[in-house]
Design a protein around this ligand. Sequence first.
Ligand code: SF4
Length: 402
Amino acid sequence: MSQDTAQLYDIFRREINDRKIPISLGKTCPVKCAFCYEKDISYRETYPVPLTTQEHWEFILSEVKKHPTKKGESWIIGGNEYMEWTDLFLHPKAMYWLEEFLDTTDKDVIFFTVGYAEPERINRLAEKYPGRINFELSVITLSEPRKKLMPHAPSVAQVCKVLDGPAVTSANFYSFGPNTMSEDAQTISRINPNVLLWMGCLTALKYIDDDTCALMRRGRDSLADEAKKIYQAELPNTQMIHTESYITAFLNRKRILNVFDGCELEKGDTVAMAGNVYRVLKLFRRNRAKYLYVPNATLGGDSDCSTLLTFRDVAQRLTNETMVYLPKVIMERSSSDYRDISGESFEEFKEQFPRKRFRILHKINSHLSNKKLYEKGYLKNYVEDYLNEPLARKFEAVALPN
Ligand code: SF4
């Protein structure tokens, strides 16, 4: 085996250890969506992986099979820790390999696509392997902004065809202003009353162009009205709103406070966090500890989420603290060691501050943020317990420090 192949297989193994099926197009994503979060990945280390060949695939599948099947665990098509993300159904063999995976393993699979999965074949596969395919269709929008946001994506007609069958588990789409998300919800529900509707806003980040950011912010301004219209429409589909971290933090304030109380911090302890959790603690646990607000400077824009903080973000905010508590969720990029989303390790970070000590708050982890906090992610919760809750206005009014 050449050195290049050995290195490539090492990357495959790393992705596979994180339950990814690392198929690649061998180039950056050709779809070029204006909102793409992969547009600038300079903050994280990725490796140029070539177009997946049959030989690569056989290696990947044999490695995947070495991992025992766990109940409730889904394997993601595409690497996304060490490789660039794309719509893998643009790979001419993706559908064959998906079928082989389902045929020769007993594992479940999850994939995200903007709609390049061929409608008849993917719906046939879903019938053949019921319950094993978790198909998250990134509709984004069927409304007017689609032309600007995703000029090279599949047509609305193709997306609707994919939706019309048993394959799609959930469809994600967003608010971009009045009558966007609410119209799309009704259209999608008419085509498929079983698909989960996953809604919200896209977040403006620093490397996304100004027009697209303006559209995203327009969507956020309309989110409440759009959500109320959907609420009143009484659609049969399960409806979730998940993308806005401040809503998630407020709706889960009791759980956040319980976990925080369980960490048994002293008044003088410094604990780092993003703005969403900062607001909760400032409002409900004022002066219980020192809250170090850390903006998501690496991603920039409107991002506000502890999971997406980097050690570099934290480093920029440190001053004269001697001891700082860090939520574990910052450093859970991969399952094998403590690294942030940019790939920097906890050890590397600590070396920069030999006079400071850091402790990890293990209870504040991705299990909590991914699973537990989703429990209140229904559109109904947003309308009834956030929009109609006066305390939420107080929460919104908590100022973030400079
Ligand atoms: S298809 Fe996905 S990865 Fe490709 S540009 Fe669009 S959002 Fe980005």
